[in-house]
Design a protein around this ligand. Structure first.
Ligand code: ATP
Length: 229
């Protein structure tokens, strides 16, 4: 479903990510783990066309390189960005509308309110007045409004209570059963490895390890470096 090859990301003369190869199948959740600044967000931005990159990004067999972001969203990629970036002066429903690209708007909203009951209770509340966890759910729901084939989540658990972290993990499981591909970038390696099927470890812009998440979670070197054990 998602295939990256030879992907490099640059900011001016700085090369943040170099020659990445990554795949994620339909209905598979894949984690990108690594320290602050390793390049996780840069990869997600490059997939959506929001960073200067070279190499190939394919979704469902279609080459996205060179296409503008909106065309990539139409092709089935969506991002819930790091820091959430909900529109604070807009209501929950208005935020959902910002992620809408076509189809049956009322039905899509209803799907989201079904998936996130908290958002239903707050559908007319201004997003800026909601809790961090609620804003995170809204950011994910807004991304889902485009009915993506590949959902990218950038640091969805940052600063949130364990109960919300569990909800996000359960949500990833549910989306997988619907056939969605999930690419999760997380500094919280423990959560990321528990929530996904496979993972890639990123160090200063390079992939240094990859494999089934359960296997990486049991690897002594990964445990020492990323799980604080
Ligand atoms: P974090 O979780 O902190 O976002 P990350 O793994 O997602 O970390 P990136 O944000 O992708 O890492 O950053 C990778 C590298 O690229 C870092 O060295 C960072 O300083 C650099 N970088 C990121 N964005 C920019 C930018 N807009 N201009 C210049 N350098 C940047």
């Amino acid at each position: 479903m998602l295939e990256l090859s030879g992907l490099s990301v640059t900011y001016g003369k700085v090369r943040a990510v170099e020659d990445i190869a990554l795949t994620a199948a339909r209905g598979e959740a894949v984690a990108l783990i690594g320290a602050n600044g390793a390049g996780k967000s840069s990869i997600l931005k490059a997939i959506l066309g929001l960073a200067t990159s070279s190499g190939s990004v394919r979704v469902d067999g279609t080459e996205l390189t060179g296409r503008p972001s909106h065309a990539r969203v139409m092709r089935g990629v969506a991002l819930s960005p790091e820091g959430r970036h909900v529109f604070p002066q807009m209501s929950v429903l208005e935020n959902l509308e910002m992620g809408f690209i076509g189809g049956d708007f009322p039905a899509l909203c209803e799907d989201m309110l079904e998936l996130f009951p908290r958002l239903r209770e707050r559908s007319s509340q201004l997003a800026g007045s909601m809790s961090g966890g609620e804003q995170q759910m809204l950011a994910i729901a807004r991304a889902l409004m485009s009915r993506p084939k590949v959902l990218m989540l950038d640091e969805p658990t940052l600063g949130l209570a364990p109960i919300i972290v569990d909800q996000i993990r359960a949500l990833i499981g549910l989306l997988k059963t619907k056939g969605m591909t999930v690419l999760l970038a997380e500094q919280n390696a423990e959560m990321a490895l528990a929530a996904t099927d496979r993972a890639y470890v990123l160090e200063t812009g390079h992939i240094t390890a990859t494999g089934p998440s359960a296997k990486l979670a049991a690897d002594p070197a990964i445990r020492r470096a990323y799980l604080g054990l």
